[in-house]
Design a protein around this ligand. Structure first.
Ligand code: GLU
Ligand code: MG
Length: 359
């Protein structure tokens, strides 16, 4: 607030405005946010997983490494539960030193608040355990990065009487178990796909984000960070994975501001509903094994492959910029362009190794 008035460029106010647009239609959006993160230690000239013994070739759900970090994880769980969060799951993810903590889905604004609380708590508790908590999207080139997937459902009515309007029904009123989403849900998803480029600037807002969202094979064989603008039932290789009565938006990474990315996603979904967009056919293929030519044949677009492309897409997208408001959209675009330029001017070790003696 400034002088008692809501500050229009405050990310939390931006999300509140998006929530009001939904409320005008008697809707509320519920979201579950899934943060992945690393526990690291700083070395001279580099970073490494805090746990030296965390070295499995396939570290997904590594129970032994998980057990070694239980003092941290259980203290984090206890802290979050005392703050009113319902912690559902702790697991070791698919990179060395990488974990995921899941808490119950909630109203979109509460979920974003919960994520901020989680980050503050995890950072402080990791420090007490002599470790560094990192939500950098991709700290290690040869390991998967950290996503922050969002599970999304739209509800009509209040409290106990609220009804999930993404749940599909047949013409006779019975539950439709063949489809994942109602026509309204499909329109919302179509909006998220139509604005995928601009949303990427909010959901993957650092130069490092694009080391996670690259085209090509899955880096570990069991992890997929989406590079392809497609949707499909339980398809983790697509930008949008649909489930019965909800969808998972898989683009966001751990560096995203939850208020901004969710406000943008709401504006995109509402645009899909207002324009009655169609998301196209379900995709049930593993997009990571297809060539780029095969992806193009199917009419599937790529997400921006670097921050500059994503920011260009944002600048051209009046719907998503409108959700941010003039001041924030202008400042965000300028700041992110500057970040990309600073990065583009940097000369890395990789370049020196590859070129210094080549020519
Ligand atoms: N770490 C992956 C990502 O960056 C996701 C792994 C998972 O599906 O849980 O999106
Ligand atoms: Mg995960």
């Amino acid at each position: 607030f400034v002088n008692g008035q809501p500050f229009d460029a405050c990310p939390r106010q931006v999300l509140k405005r998006a929530v009001e647009r939904l409320a005008d239609r008697r809707w509320t959006l519920k979201v579950g946010i899934e943060p992945e993160f690393f526990l690291l230690k700083a070395l001279q000239g580099g970073w490494a997983p805090a746990d030296d013994a965390d070295r499995l070739a396939k570290p997904s759900y590594d129970l032994k490494s998980l057990a070694r970090q239980l003092p941290f994880l259980l203290q984090l769980q206890d802290t979050l539960e005392r703050c009113g969060l319902d912690v559902l799951q702790l697991d070791h993810e698919d990179a060395h030193g990488q974990y995921e903590v899941n808490f119950a889905f909630a109203h979109v604004l509460s979920s974003a608040d919960h994520l901020m609380l989680f980050k503050l708590a995890a950072q402080a508790i990791a420090e007490r355990h002599g470790m560094v908590f990192s939500m950098m999207p991709k700290p290690f080139a040869d390991q998967p990065g950290s996503g922050m997937h969002c599970h999304v459902s739209l509800w009509e009515g209040r409290n106990d009487n609220a009804r999930n309007v993404f749940v599909p029904h047949r013409a006779d009123g019975a539950l439709d178990t063949e489809q994942t989403l109602s026509p309204l849900g499909r329109q919302f998803v179509a909006g998220v796909l139509a604005h995928a480029g601009a949303l990427t600037a909010l959901a993957a807002p650092t130069v490092n984000s694009y080391k996670r969202l690259t085209v090509g094979e899955s880096i570990s064989g069991t992890t997929w960070a989406p590079a392809y603008v497609a949707h499909g039932p339980n398809n983790r290789t697509a930008l949008v994975r649909t489930l019965h009565g909800r969808f998972e938006w898989r683009a966001p990474d751990a560096s995203a501001n939850p208020y901004l990315m969710l406000a943008g996603m709401i504006a995109a979904g509402l645009d899909g509903i207002e324009r009655g967009l169609d998301p196209g056919p379900d995709c049930d293929e593993d997009l990571f094994v297809l060539s780029l030519a095969q992806i193009a044949e199917r009419g599937i677009a790529l997400l921006p492959q670097n921050l500059a492309e994503a920011v260009d897409a944002l600048e051209c997208d009046a719907t998503v910029c409108g959700a941010l408001g003039d001041t924030l959209a202008r400042e965000f675009i300028a700041l992110k362009r500057e970040e990309h330029t600073a990065y583009a001017r940097h000369v890395s070790d990789w370049e020196l190794q590859r070129y210094a003696t080549t020519f």
